[in-house]
Design a protein around this ligand. Structure first.
Ligand code: AMP
Ligand code: FES
Ligand code: ZN
Ligand code: ZN
Length: 311
């Protein structure tokens, strides 16, 4: 497999884009595409201050790397959740976030939930009895709350998270299975600011997870490989696996699922009973059934054509 740009040996092959690139051109392509998405979805401008939520994982650290390289004013925010899981999960993810910031001369704000509110996430979860033993619901609630509070308190224009296409497609899949209209109408690359809420953006939402892994590895970013120890067996992971099966049979399916959703929502087709245009229908001169095709209906035209071709 050869790099499309230089003909050298390709190191990343993206079947869904029919594109293979060498390491050097891949490291250029990802930021170029990110810039394209930032502009396309009107995420932010160069004079705006961005707060990047970094978890120490490949997506958010890569996002921070890309935005800094593109010349955006991007500071980081790490939230200390106090999750150990036998692997020192929070400790290690904080260490790697701080290391990345130091090595790249970037500013990282660190806010520790236990320090601020007296209890770590697992303890808060136990006390509040939300989420049936798993702290994920409490954790999500605390993260959303704290990210928004800090972005506003510190005067940032926009809050950026590292959600990738696999994350977004899985959330979309879940929301579709439940037909959660409210969530469906809010999901997208940009959630505009509204009374008391900071603008939220997801600049990586069109990159596959494996594309982000390839970027972090090619760039030499040190990130935490482990998932949150509580994520195991989650609904989200189940949806991701289901979508991966679909993707392996039909490369590009995940991207199409997400992009077609964005299109349908933008055009206002979602949840709006479309006024089927009866006015433009007429009776097919051959069979009399209603059709919008000029002249014969599509079926009669097909039968007609088959007749001609077999004569
Ligand atoms: P997750 O919910 O773990 O899939 O993470 C989604 C995004 O939320 C990440 O890409 C980060 O941008 C952000 N995030 C997750 N955990 C943290 C954290 N501890 N501190 C700051 N941001 C986080
Ligand atoms: Fe929050 Fe796992 S419970 S990251
Ligand atoms: Zn190349
Ligand atoms: Zn007909």
């Amino acid at each position: 497999m050869k790099c499309r740009k230089c003909g050298g040996k390709a190191s990343v092959n993206m079947r869904q884009h029919k594109l293979a690139l060498c390491k050097e051109h891949y490291l250029e392509w990802i930021p170029e595409q990110t810039e394209r998405f930032i502009k396309k979805y009107h995420m932010f401008a160069r004079d705006e201050r961005i707060l990047v939520a970094v978890s120490g994982g490949k997506d958010s650290l890569s996002l921070w790397d890309i935005l800094a390289r593109l010349g955006y004013q991007a500071d980081g925010l790490y939230l200390g959740l106090g999750i150990d899981g036998g692997i020192g999960y929070s400790h290690e993810s904080q260490r790697l976030s701080q290391k990345f910031a130091d090595e790249n001369n970037l500013k990282l704000h660190v806010v520790d939930i236990e320090g601020e509110y007296g209890h770590s996430i697992p303890v808060l979860s136990e006390i509040s009895h939300r989420g049936h033993g798993k702290p994920c619901a409490v954790c999500g609630l605390a993260k959303r709350h704290e990210m928004n509070r800090i972005a506003r308190d510190l005067g940032y224009d926009v809050l950026a998270t590292g959600h990738n296409l696999d994350d977004e497609a899985a959330v979309l899949f879940g929301n579709t299975l439940n037909w959660s209209a409210e969530y469906l109408l809010r999901q997208g690359p940009v959630l505009p600011a509204s009374d008391g809420f900071a603008r939220k953006v997801k600049p990586l939402c069109r990159f596959y997870e494996r594309e982000m892994t390839a970027y972090a590895l090619a760039r030499g970013i040190e990130y935490i490989y482990d998932e949150c120890p509580f994520a195991e067996g989650s609904q989200q992971i189940f949806y991701k696996e289901a979508l991966n099966q679909l993707e392996s049979a039909r490369p590009g399916a995940k991207l199409t699922f997400y992009l077609k959703f964005l299109e349908a929502r933008k055009s206002g087709e979602l949840f709006v009973e479309k006024n089927i245009e009866h006015a433009r229908l007429h009776a097919c001169p051959n069979c009399g059934q209603p059709t919008s095709a000029p002249g014969l209906c599509s079926f009669c035209r097909m039968v007609e054509k088959a007749k001609v071709e077999t004569e």
